[in-house]
Design a protein around this ligand. Structure first.
Ligand SMILES: CC(C)(COP(=O)(O)OP(=O)(O)OC[C@H]1O[C@@H](n2cnc3c(N)ncnc32)[C@H](O)[C@@H]1OP(=O)(O)O)[C@@H](O)C(=O)NCCC(=O)NCCS
Length: 137
């Protein structure tokens, strides 16, 4: 059965493996990650960064063999706070997911500067096709 709860110290190795498999990095503290668990496995994770005017989703990942079962949507519903817009820099391939959730295209100016800078200087930019998106409740 699928279960959503906060990551704990002992989840670190599996969480890092999931992130690494998807080209994403880990960031402390581990409790900031919401996990989707299936038995002993971690099959998804989501985290937000809180800024004065927005929250940024960074990252949201579902293990490849568990995609298209609604887990990404469940994680996003759990981590997004009410009352603040959320932004994301979606990889091109995940734009359909965020659009289906209700995100719309946005300007790079809406994205916290360190994330925008990371994308500008990223060697994988052309392949990734990063797309700023915003969601307001
Ligand atoms: C993006 C991601 C988190 C989506 O997770 P998921 O669990 O597969 O998404 P869900 O099953 O909740 O999808 C909900 C809806 O989004 C849309 N959607 C999701 N993936 C889609 C895809 N690849 N193509 C088109 N629509 C898609 C569909 O409308 C879907 O509903 P449906 O399956 O009933 O048609 C997952 O694909 C992933 O981890 N990708 C790699 C990492 C990544 O790019 N993360 C985003 C950070 S930029």
């Amino acid at each position: 059965m699928l279960q959503l709860d906060k990551a704990r110290a002992e989840d670190r190795r599996k969480l890092e493996a999931l992130l690494w498999e998807n080209g994403m990095g880990y960031a402390d503290p581990i409790e900031d990650f919401m996990l989707a668990r299936q038995g002993d496995d971690i099959v998804g994770c989501g985290r937000i960064e809180d800024y004065p005017d927005v929250v940024m989703v960074r990252p949201l990942v579902v293990a490849e063999s568990f995609r298209r079962r609604g887990i990404g949507r469940l994680l996003l519903e759990r981590i997004l706070p009410a009352g603040k817009p959320a932004v994301i820099v979606a990889r091109g391939e995940s734009v359909s997911f965020y659009s289906a959730f209700g995100f719309t295209f946005a300007d790079w100016q809406t994205i916290p500067i360190h994330q925008a800078h990371e994308c500008t200087t990223c060697p994988d930019r052309a392949e990734c096709c990063p797309q700023p998106m915003v969601y307001s409740l």
